[in-house]
Design a protein around this ligand. Structure first.
Ligand code: SAM
Ligand code: SF4
Length: 332
């Protein structure tokens, strides 16, 4: 599938839930949410069908996300079903890491996911300081996350990525420890610019730390970072290598990198079955209604194509973005 601007769509990000056991400042405010009702949430069977049809149109890679995907029962078994779909070349998971070390039927959740064929684990880690972690996520769960990262390493994923959202007057102090920890754990560290997908008060100039500044601050501890334009994961991160050690570090500059959307290959499926052509656009299309009206696979494929045809050239975050949903309800 190719859109009007030449984006080749091969990647579907699937949110399985809008629930989460943390309350990150930039994602999900502490107060009560309008939760998506259970019967409005796509069943695993419905998602598997959507992915199956997606593969006939060129979808090759899936990332399972949320909310916190590990809070949904049966997640490892579901991921196992996705990895078995012909045409799917890679399934990854995005998680806050708090439940990766949890035992389930004699195995950690990380082991269950890896054994189900999930190849990459993206784990959020904003700080290694327990108090800062607690302030950011509103939960005192850093020790469990660190156990979760170790469980993921033991489980043998192909790649573990640690994602840190940049917050001004906070992340600056965290950078050296995060860089050292990622190197020690042989994990790929990525820094993500704050995006306007949450409450307005968090998304102010006071909290925004551009990737360019983060990069300069990292260089104060690592020495020069050498850009690696040819190294790609599936997303828009720009990678650099620490020249002294070879450690690779990624920067995701959704707000300041003006070329950010050029290589976009993504669609998103929300947990209530809306297909979204872009995280940073209010456009979304009700796939669940089509599915539950009893559509054929051919009709579902037409629906996919029509959504791809509406994919914008680039996100609206810098201009007239009207958030109609928070990150938690879209799937990050
Ligand atoms: N709960 C999982 C986690 O935290 O990794 C998966 C879902 S979360 C929405 C996916 C990613 O989105 C995380 O790396 C999180 O840090 C990031 N994220 C959430 N809100 C954001 C925001 N306002 N700006 C930038 N990234 C954000
Ligand atoms: Fe939960 Fe992830 Fe959002 Fe934090 S970023 S509130 S862990 S969904």
């Amino acid at each position: 599938m190719e859109d009007l601007f030449g984006h080749r769509i091969s990647y579907l990000r699937v949110s399985v839930t809008d629930r989460c056991n943390e309350r990150c400042r930039y994602c999900m405010p502490e107060e009560e949410q309008d939760w998506i009702a259970k019967d409005e949430t796509l069943t695993y069977d419905e998602i598997v069908r959507v992915v199956r049809v997606g593969t006939t149109l060129g979808i090759k890679r899936i990332r399972v996300t949320g909310g916190e995907p590990l809070t949904r029962p049966g997640i490892a078994e579901f991921c196992g079903e996705l990895t078995q779909i012909p045409g799917i070349e890679g399934v990854g998971i995005s998680t806050n890491g708090t439940l990766l070390a949890k035992m389930d039927q004699g195995r950690t959740m990380a082991e269950k996911l890896a054994q189900a064929g999930v190849r990459t684990a993206n784990i959020s880690l904003d700080s290694l300081d327990r108090a800062v972690y607690q302030r950011t996520t509103s939960r005192d769960l850093l020790p469990r996350v660190l156990e979760g990262i170790d469980a993921a390493i033991d489980a043998g994923f192909d790649s573990i990525r640690l994602n840190c959202v940049l917050m001004k007057n906070q992340t600056e102090r965290e950078l050296p420890a995060l860089v050292e920890y990622a190197a020690k754990k042989n994990a790929l560290l990525r820094f993500i610019e704050l995006m306007p997908v949450s409450t307005q008060e968090v998304l102010s100039e006071e909290n925004f730390l551009p990737v360019a500044i983060a990069k300069r601050l990292v260089e104060q501890t690592t020495g020069p970072l050498i850009e690696e334009p040819d190294f790609k994961t599936n997303g828009p991160a720009l990678y650099h290598r620490v020249s002294a050690t070879g450690q690779r570090i990624g920067f995701i500059g959704a707000m300041t990198n003006l070329h950010f959307c050029e290589s976009c290959n993504k669609l998103r499926l929300t947990s209530d079955g809306k297909l979204r052509p872009c995280l940073g656009s209010y456009l979304e299309f009700d796939l669940r209604a089509v599915l539950r009206a009893g559509c054929s696979d051919a009709e579902l494929a037409d629906f996919f194509r029509s959504v791809v045809a509406r994919k914008p050239k680039e996100h609206d975050f810098r201009h007239n973005y009207q958030p109609n949903r928070r990150m938690i309800a879209i799937g990050g």
